[in-house]
Design a protein. Sequence first.
Lengths: 417, 153
Amino acid sequence: MVYALAAFLLLPVIGIGICAAGFVRRMPWYGRLAMATAAGALIVGVVMALMSLAGLDWSRTSLLPPLALITIAGVAAVRRFPPLAPPPAPARTPWEWAAVGGSIACWLVTLYGTVTARETCGDLPLTWGPKAIKFFRAGGIDAGVLHAYPQLTVDYPPLHTLLLAWSNALSHDFSWWAALLSSPLFFAATLALIRAWTGDDLTTLLAAATLTWTYTLAYPAGCAEPVLFLFEALAILALTFGDDARGQTIAVTLGAAGAAWTKLEGSTFVIAVLIVILVAQRSLRRAVVVAIPAAVLMAGWMAFVFANDLLYMYGGARLPIYPAVLPVVLETLVKVARFDLLWLPWIVPLALIVAGNVRRAAAPLLVSLLTTAAAVYFYLHYYDPVWWIESSSPRVILTPLLALLIGAGAAWRKPAV
Amino acid sequence: LTSSGPTSSARSDLARRLIVFAAALVFLAATVQRFRWLGGPYFTRPFTINDHVWPTHFLSTDALILSQRAASIFAPGDEVTVVAPELAPKYDQTHWLTALGVLTEQRVVAPKLHTGNTEDLPDYVIAVRTPLDHPSFRLLMTFPEGYLYGRTP
């Protein structure tokens, strides 16, 4: 398990090059670490996919040299552009120290829930894990594996599977516990990003506590959501708090590309982000720049899917829409969104947004609305959607919730957009 | 990275702090209560990654354990499936899919035990909890969580 877990811990090392970017250089250490984790995850995924494309089998021996070269280039870039001292901040108040302690406590509780197998995603042993193992044993992304086992959500974007296969490659034996433990690692990176971009301990505490609770009901450990939320949080935070145009574009681009390549919902998230850029920022150029890497990655994956006749989940777009089930979809979604606490996870950030400056929270609010609408649209494709909504939406609606939580911080801070 | 600090009054800042801390306490307390509801033991390493996901025991957890226990018996390339016989003939696919990630050297297949075609039958069947009653399979081993059957020649 140690090697398998080390594979995830190596991600920020592999992605260290992003720390040479100007906006990352000004971040506190934990922000740089989280940015490097996101960059490292995407780099590992892209390198593994390119190796498959080139017909090179995955192994420790074949994977480490290209990744080592990327790491060395990243280290050289960081040596040339070292971290800058963050802007002077006032000393933390006792409230803020309590918020820091509370955030850490929430993370530890999530870690406990994960290591005691209380938050395990049901799809890890059924699809994510077997697909990663089969890919690793086949030496790469293998259409034959997907044809042999069509139950393995065959056309799903590959990044999370690739990261699991990466941990398998480093340890040789697939470690289910390392796959689980990657969840609190990505959760920590997400919280670190929220703290780094907002500069606010209270926003971080609210996000930590809300996600800690909702994770217990959504069972994300070992599934793709913790990775997805890292990329989504990065994109929303950069959209909302980025005050350096170039840095904002780079960060949103990384977040969008990672999200699109992690889950099907990531694609609709990217569309939501592009709409926000076009509507709230009125920047066609930025929208195009942000869209290109995500589009290239998805086009590459979909080309593989179509070339090998593997269309499955994305084929849902061809299904008819049942407008008549809209009341059922909404009713079931509202029921799931209670999160067993009378909608408190939603009420608190919404109340803070209303009590603060709503206009400053416009970008995350819009992302939240659009991703909720996208979820409703997806579920309208099923004539009897109740089971589907009840089983998948506890995780799906965490994206709009995450956007709201970031919005709650934005409403009390001055964003750049 | 933020352009400025808070802009609201000290009183509303205090209200915000109180709301956030109160919410955080509620969420944490709810989480601890949920973990308690899921049941113990609380400080021992679980046997499988599914051990405490629900207060009641899942058959798929048994499928996971049985697959691990039986793994050493199979040769590479053997065809294996996992079923809960009580669900016959509508077997739950989560049981055999669970084995897919454990029996990595074998060919784990969907159960086709009642098609009448002997070519559909796998080399081995792992039966979760209840015995399998099938003329083409004989009992090889018994485990606390179920049984292992091999195809009769």
